[in-house]
Design a protein around this ligand. Structure first.
Ligand code: PEP
Ligand code: MG
Length: 762
């Protein structure tokens, strides 16, 4: 319930006020300082509301504290000095409860808190409105005047509109605010409630190391909080630029092995900015005018970030991160040349949201593990983390963001546990588990050259490839080919569409490494949670059901055709399978197949070496495809079941949403029966069939899948051994009996009672 005021006041000119506030956006883009911005805002609001006092308090979620940032009418010296805890005083209460508070006379309200020396005692009529973006608290806008002129309902409504405009502006300016924040006092103690947190495994592994919050827009602030001790001049700056350039080039070379399809791109943007004459020139001029070099770097970087963040394109907004990363590196090299500039090395990174490009950078800098908190999770960031071998857990525990940097944390991403400042006992157990981890040699030793069930039925065990780095395991371990190559990763991590030639180079490496074994290229599955930042400009309400996957490819035929040509050329001597994702109708399948046929014609005419008869197949991951499965079997050479999406669309459960994860049930009766339908159709029509979603490596489901007739599994390479072991432990007759009884159940809990229990990961 809102605390609506009695009718005794009223804004004189609220339309003009809204216009003025929207003008602040321009002011901000013209790179005014944040202080100027906020002072102008309070001035305008005070004038338009005929209030002698208008103040803006901004909220720091890490400290759960509001700070007075600008005021018209109160003692100007109190700016930056008045702090309120969430819920403290009427201002703190307005934010805590996220509602306006309107009081005719605060001197009578026991919740009120007067601060001595800010001279507010005589302004007893009070109106506070929270400034927020969605659920995220940003601050409070407060008006005060004499008790005889209290605020009314229309004042509240107008001030709420102003506050929401301000929220936009403040969000853009947040990195600037972070730079102005005072250094943290002593590291706060870790609250007991977050000593142990349980989440979901995204990428397996263990790590123990100091934490570091990846809080965008604070990196520069952290660097600038140091005491520089001296003035750095132009020479120092030039030295730092040269050093940084060498360092970035070296870093690129180092990661080449691990990430040959992406390495050269990770630091490309940084190097580009570092060579940009405009960027360097602006810093140089500031240093020449007497600004200390690290401050000059930070100021110019902040200006750039500011204009990038104001851009409407998501791609440009993401560029602000590159600028910030580069500025932090540059300042670090300026202050301590030769020292480790990879501030994330061996750290457990606690992040609120993560772009694939962040993950690539963190991995190449040697981050020990990632704890991803709250929203912003995309399943493809998890897939990428697995391919990079970075342990990652995903959890809803926002309080982890308050753990002071440097606190030792143990991440057990085998089961999804995070221990904050663990005791010796926990550490010993961790060490023992770590020692028991299998090396590549162990895995080789434990695997059979051929995968078969306990009763000798041959099963094909194939690999899912996300990055070329996955080929190391796929080639070293027994594996019958590639059942799914997710071609979108080279697209996701670039800054523009990769050319046909670039794709050819990547695809050729894959084909060569597989030396004649089947290779399945899934065509671009962009969109949904696999955003191409340089293309997906318009935010979709429902990206999983938006312009994605085969729809995207068919709408961008030139991009699609280039990819098909690159695949056909690179796979000229391969056992080549081309697979279309997210097919929902025969019409889509035909249209996609036509693009392949046209590419084949073109290549023939051009006399370019290519594969003339690739097998054409499709992912079965939409309910509509299941209904049409017999018709598809007349057209497609093979099917691969994508359980990740199929479950999401059958059950209407977002696969990326942690809060509904308990509803994402591979063993839901509708899912089991749907899988059976697909498999029986493929068997009836003698079409190739494999299963490439995560269910393929979840060992408790393997007996069921074998029981309904699945004979080909494609799994991420880290799961090859585990999956082979589960297949070898199953005999087909027993699996068929189990499958029949599972299919006869219509309740989830009856199915759970029959399923093998969850096996602990090994
Ligand atoms: C799937 O949906 O099961 C699948 C394998 O594709 P992706 O996870 O890449 O969407
Ligand atoms: Mg899918």
């Amino acid at each position: 319930m809102k605390d609506r005021g009695k009718d005794c006041g009223g804004f004189v000119n609220s339309r003009q006020l809204l216009y003025d506030i929207s003008e602040l956006n321009h002011l901000f883009r013209e790179s005014a300082s944040i202080e100027t911005l906020l002072s102008r805002a309070v001035e305008m609001v005070a004038r338009s509301t005929q209030s002698p006092v208008c103040s803006i308090y901004l909220y720091n979620p890490d400290r759960q504290e509001l700070t007075l940032r600008a005021t018209q009418g109160l003692n100007p010296e109190s700016v930056g000095r008045v702090h309120l805890k969430l819920g403290e005083g009427l201002t703190g209460l307005a934010l805590q409860e996220m509602r306006p508070i309107c009081e005719p006379d605060i001197s009578r309200n026991p919740n009120n808190k007067f601060f001595p020396g800010i001279f507010e005692e005589r302004y007893n009529a009070f109106l506070a409105v929270p400034i927020a973006r969605g659920l995220s608290k940003m601050g409070v806008l407060v008006l005060q005047r004499e008790a005889s002129q209290c605020y009314n309902e229309s004042d509240i409504t107008a001030l709420e509109t102003v506050a929401s405009q301000l929220a936009n502006i403040i969000e853009n300016a947040q990195f600037l605010l972070a730079m102005h924040e005072p250094a943290p006092v002593a590291a706060a103690a870790v609250p007991d409630s977050i000593r142990f947190v349980r989440g979901k495994v995204a990428s397996e592994g263990f790590a123990y190391g100091p934490t570091m919050a990846l809080d965008r827009h604070k990196g520069l602030a952290v660097v600038l909080r140091q005491d520089f001790g001296k003035t750095y001049a132009l020479d120092d700056f030039h030295r730092a630029v040269a050093y940084t350039e060498r360092q970035l080039e070296q870093l690129q070379e180092q990661v080449e092995d691990k990430l040959s399809d992406a390495a050269s791109l990770i630091f490309a943007a940084h190097l580009m900015v570092l060579k940009d004459q405009d960027f360097l020139g602006k810093i140089t001029r500031r240093i020449e005018s007497g600004v200390n070099a690290p401050v000059a770097v930070a100021q110019v970087a902040a200006d750039y970030m500011q204009s990038f963040l104001a851009a409407s394109s998501a791609y440009l907004r993401e560029k602000a991160n590159d600028i910030e990363d580069l500025a932090v590196r540059l300042v670090t090299n300026l202050l301590s040349p030769g020292e480790q500039a990879d501030i994330h090395k061996d750290h457990v990174i606690i992040a609120r949201g993560l772009f694939p490009s962040d993950l690539l950078k963190l991995s190449s800098e040697g981050a020990a593990a990632i704890v991803l908190v709250g929203g912003g999770v995309t399943s493809h960031v998890a897939i990428l983390a697995r391919s990079l071998g970075v342990p990652m857990v995903i959890m809803d525990a926002f309080e982890l963001l308050r753990v002071p940097d440097g606190t030792p944390v143990l991440v057990d991403a085998e089961v999804g546990n995070v221990f904050v400042d663990p005791d010796d006992h926990v550490l010993e157990r961790f060490q023992a588990q770590r020692n028991a981890r299998l090396t590549l040699d162990d895995q080789k030793r434990l695997m059979q050259p051929v995968t078969q069930t306990a009763d000798g039925t041959r099963v094909h065990l194939m690999a899912n490839i996300n990055l070329l780095g996955d080929l190391r395991l796929a080639c070293a371990l027994p594996c019958d080919g590639i059942g799914l190559y997710r071609t979108e990763f080279p697209f996701i991590i670039r800054t523009t569409f990769p050319t046909e030639a670039e794709q050819y180079v990547i695809y050729r490496k894959l084909v060569t490494a597989m030396a004649g074994k089947p290779v399945t290229f899934r065509t671009l599955d962009a969109g949904g949670d696999k955003i191409l930042s340089y293309y997906h400009d318009i935010e979709e309400q429902n990206p999983a059901m938006g312009m994605r996957s085969i729809r995207f490819s068919l709408q961008n035929k030139a991009v699609f055709a280039e990819q098909i040509r690159a695949i056909l050329r690179a796979g000229f001597d391969a056992d080549l399978h081309i697979m279309f994702p997210m097919i929902s109708s025969l019409d889509e399948f035909h249209e996609a197949a036509d693009v392949v046929r046209e590419a084949l014609d073109q290549l023939r005419h051009q006399g370019l070496e290519h594969h003339a008869q690739p097998k054409l197949g499709m992912m079965v991951e939409l309910p509509s495809a299941v209904d049409l499965i017999d018709d598809f079997a007349q057209e497609a050479d093979f099917f691969s079941i994508g359980t990740n999406d199929l479950i999401q669309f059958l059950l209407a459960v977002d696969r990326t949403n942690e809060s509904v994860a308990d509803f994402y049930l591979p063993h839901h009766p509708a899912v089991l029966r749907t899988l059976n339908r697909i498999v029986q159709a493929a068997l009836r029509h003698q079409r190739g069939l494999s299963l490439c979603g995560d269910m393929a490596h979840q060992t408790r489901y393997i007996p069921f899948l074998l029981g309904i007739g699945v004979r080909a599994f494609s799994v991420d390479t880290i799961y090859l051994r585990r999956t082979q072991q589960a297949i070898a432990a199953t005999s087909i007759p027993a699996a068929a009996v189990l499958a029949r009884s599972l299919l006869a159940q219509s309740r989830i809990r009856d199915i759970e009672a029959l399923l093998p229990s969850r096996t602990p990961p090994d």
